[in-house]
Design a protein around this ligand. Structure first.
Ligand code: TXA
Ligand code: MG
Length: 345
């Protein structure tokens, strides 16, 4: 694990990481969303190691990261005008576009699909490493399959330590949820995964872009296997509450008190303004204020992981509104809860 400045990475450290990638190795690196597990995207044998290290099914395709919009034609064949419009608006940044795959990207990257997911991340370390390598990098989130995504280098170390060659520690990530994935190979274009770019912002570029949440059950066949329901699950049972705030808080407090009186270890992922009402819990992780969804998304995975570290048996959480970043936050919580939503009326 090597420390690296998130804004001005030391070129000699970047070069060490590039050497690992050139030899077909794996490097975990920070992006603005979450940490990624990188391999040279043009090296099929190296990409295969990503699936091994993460214990990720080979049927779950990876995102290819580039360091400049001008590199798009190297990885994607005939990107449509909308791809350029979205790139202009949101790159570098937390937007991934699914496009036709170019022959330079081996099929294993896309799990054999004729499409490829592409992103230009807004992080100096990721960009410097892609440039030093001189090739795009394939990188999924650097967690073990079905664990919450890593937003700090120590999350990566915990999940993948001993299984990968190098971790670049650039400090905590700033966005905290993964990129928004939008499929431009279908008409109308569809959001496959809500993420760091709000869907409302995408629709300002093309109002036809739609999102139909289809959270699949664990072993159902899906077009994008990242849609698997149990995908962000911590070890604890997560209970996700939705409904008017006052009613939800009363109900959560009652259930928390019941469980703690039975001797259970209960964690709460609490919006700051709710914390005082939920102090019957054994452990509390502060998500930040519901009025600051950027803080909530930044704190979300760290909160889930910290409550797991406290060995919480049950985790309680109240979902913020599904507007803006709230849609991505709701999606991650819904998956962590494996679809168990407690509607309070
Ligand atoms: O923010 C992010 O996107 C992070 C950072 C590291 O860039 N990466 C990330 O990768 O979250 P991963 O592998 O955890 O999630 C990639 C998602 C999955 O849901 C996958 O199924 C989908 O993108 N995906 C990748 N290629 C695809 C393709 N060709 N067609 C449809 N979905 C695809
Ligand atoms: Mg992932």
């Amino acid at each position: 694990m090597l420390r690296v400045d998130a804004l001005h990475p030391d070129p000699s450290i970047i070069e060490q990481a590039a050497v690992v990638l050139r030899r077909g190795g794996l490097v975990a690196l920070p992006t603005e969303t979450v940490y990624g597990l990188a391999a040279d995207a043009t090296n099929a044998a190296a990409v295969a190691k990503i699936f091994e290290a993460k214990q990720r099914p080979r049927t779950d395709p990876l995102i290819v990261h580039i360091s400049n919009t001008a590199e798009l034609p190297e990885v994607a064949a005939d990107p449509p005008p909308l791809a350029h419009a979205l790139a202009n608006a949101f790159w570098p940044g937390p937007l991934t576009m699914v496009l036709r795959r170019s022959p330079s990207i081996p099929p294993i990257v896309s799990s054999g699909l004729d499409t490829v997911a592409v992103r230009f991340p807004a992080h100096a370390v990721a960009v410097a490493l892609i440039r030093a390598l001189g090739a795009p990098i394939a990188a999924p989130s650097a967690n073990l399959f079905s664990r919450p995504s890593p937003t700090r280098a120590d999350h990566v170390l915990k999940d993948l330590g001993g299984r990968i060659d190098m971790i670049l520690d650039g400090g905590p990530t700033t966005v905290g949820v993964e990129s928004t994935v939008v499929d431009l190979t279908i008409d109308p274009p569809a959001v496959l995964r809500p993420g760091g770019v709000p869907i409302e912002a995408l629709r300002e570029i093309d109002p036809r872009i739609f999102y139909a949440p289809r959270h699949a059950a664990a072993n159902e066949a899906v077009s994008s296997p990242g849609m698997l329901l149990k995908h962000y699950a911590p070890r604890a049972e997560v209970r996700l509450f939705s409904g008017p705030r006052e009613g939800v808080l009363v109900r959560m407090h009652r259930e928390i008190s019941q469980l703690t009186s039975q001797g259970k270890t209960v964690g709460v992922l609490a919006l700051s303004e709710d914390a005082a009402s939920l102090n019957a819990a054994t452990h509390l992780a502060d998500l930040g204020s519901a009025g600051r969804l950027d803080d909530v998304s930044r704190n979300l995975f760290e909160g889930l992981r910290s409550l797991d570290d406290y060995a919480a048996e049950v985790i309680f959480v109240r979902a913020p509104d599904r507007k803006g970043l709230g849609e991505a936050i709701w999606d991650r919580l819904y998956r962590a809860a494996e679809g168990r939503i407690i509607e309070v009326v």
